[in-house]
Design a protein around this ligand. Structure first.
Ligand code: ADP
Ligand code: TRP
Length: 323
């Protein structure tokens, strides 16, 4: 039996290469070897967005982005979260066994509040909805970046608690967070994130991508100085795109001296353009054919509703909601 792998992404803006290497590329690989469930988490975005038109556009954009980057609806389950309303029902059931203390310890919630976001109940309950996404599909493996680690620990805790309380119902999910791509650095060397304004976007004008790459912060060594590839953000990003031989060649040039950071950035930029060009062309195709995208999502949700229904029947029976 193929492993059931699930991950979701919030439709919340332009995708960056941290999203790509941290999660999307891995999902594209997983669809070849496993039973992949990939969805757009628009109910989660509702915790921070209040403009309906914007959420609708961001959701379609996210679908086009993922399809362009290689998510293939013939090889995986691909849908929009709110098209399977059973997940909201499960989130409610789970919230009834979720200890307040567990939610109060959530880093992501605390960070958002610290940043001045006025918290609502949805934001507080975010990890329970995420747990419902994972459990309703009986997911075995969840590929995400390191920032989601605590949410996955909560999902495991709640799955175990539910099974102990109501009887074996859910598969206990495992996180999949490989060290080398756990935290992709942004242009300032910190974690790349929309919230930190340090991203290199995937689908944007060449001039925007170039400006971001040329703005990567480095130390102030002169062209002739020997440089350390291990501590350089330009090199770290290059190594995500390049093969072993190419990485070794660039590392040698760093160590020898004689190459400036400007040249290293140009080498990285060439790699980025070369890698993403075919995806950009595919993205343009979907943009011209939005109806095709809507059809794909509709079909995807139909399939997932069937499997979600099976889990929910078990949950209703176990909890006594089915009378
Ligand atoms: P952002 O931090 O820009 O808001 P999201 O929270 O929407 O990004 O992340 C979507 C997915 O991409 C998640 O699985 C997350 O773990 C992954 N991800 C985001 N940024 C990075 C990063 N810098 N390194 C590794 N993975 C990342
Ligand atoms: N919270 C995730 C993020 O911001 C998105 C998400 C929602 C998710 N539900 C999920 C990821 C279930 C993995 C599994 O990136």
């Amino acid at each position: 039996m193929k492993k059931r792998v699930l991950s979701g992404i919030q439709p919340s803006g332009k995708l960056h290469i941290g999203n790509y290497f941290g999660m999307i590329k891995r999902m594209v690989e997983y669809q070849e070897s496993s039973d992949l469930f990939c969805f757009i988490a628009n109910l989660h975005s509702l915790t921070t967005l209040t403009d309906g038109k914007e959420l609708k556009q961001l959701t379609l954009d996210a679908a086009m982005d993922l399809l362009a980057l290689g998510i293939d609806p013939d090889k995986c389950h691909f849908w929009v979260q709110s098209d399977v309303p059973e997940v909201a029902e499960l989130a409610w059931v789970l919230s009834c066994i979720t200890p307040m203390g567990l939610m109060e310890r959530a880093h992501s919630y605390k960070d958002k509040v610290a940043k001045g976001i006025q918290p609502n109940l949805g934001l507080f309950n975010y990890p329970t909805l995420m747990t419902a996404d994972i459990l309703i599909n009986q997911s075995e493996l969840v590929p995400v970046g390191k920032d989601q680690k605590q949410h996955l620990e909560m999902a495991r805790d709640l799955a175990i608690k539910f099974n102990n309380t109501f009887g074996e119902t859910f598969t206990i999910p495992e996180p999949d967070i490989p060290d080398e791509i756990a935290t992709i650095p942004g242009t300032d060397g910190q974690k790349m994130s929309k919230s930190y304004n340090n991203t290199i976007p995937i689908f944007d004008d060449e001039s925007v991508i170039k400006k971001a790459v040329m703005g990567i912060v480095t130390d102030s060594k002169a062209v002739e100085d020997c440089k350390d590839p291990k501590t350089c953000t330009v090199f770290k990003l290059y190594s995500l795109f390049a093969g072993e031989d190419e990485c070794r060649a660039l590392a040698d040039r760093y160590k020898k001296g004689g190459m400036g950071y400007g040249e290293a950035k140009q080498t990285l930029l060439d790699k980025i353009f070369e890698t993403f060009k075919p995806f950009q062309e595919k993205r343009a195709y979907f943009e011209k054919n939005p109806k095709e995208v809507e059809k794909i999502l509709e079909k995807g949700a139909e399939k997932v509703r069937k499997t979600s229904h099976i889990t929910m029947e078990k949950v209703r029976t176990a909890t006594g909601l089915k009378y």
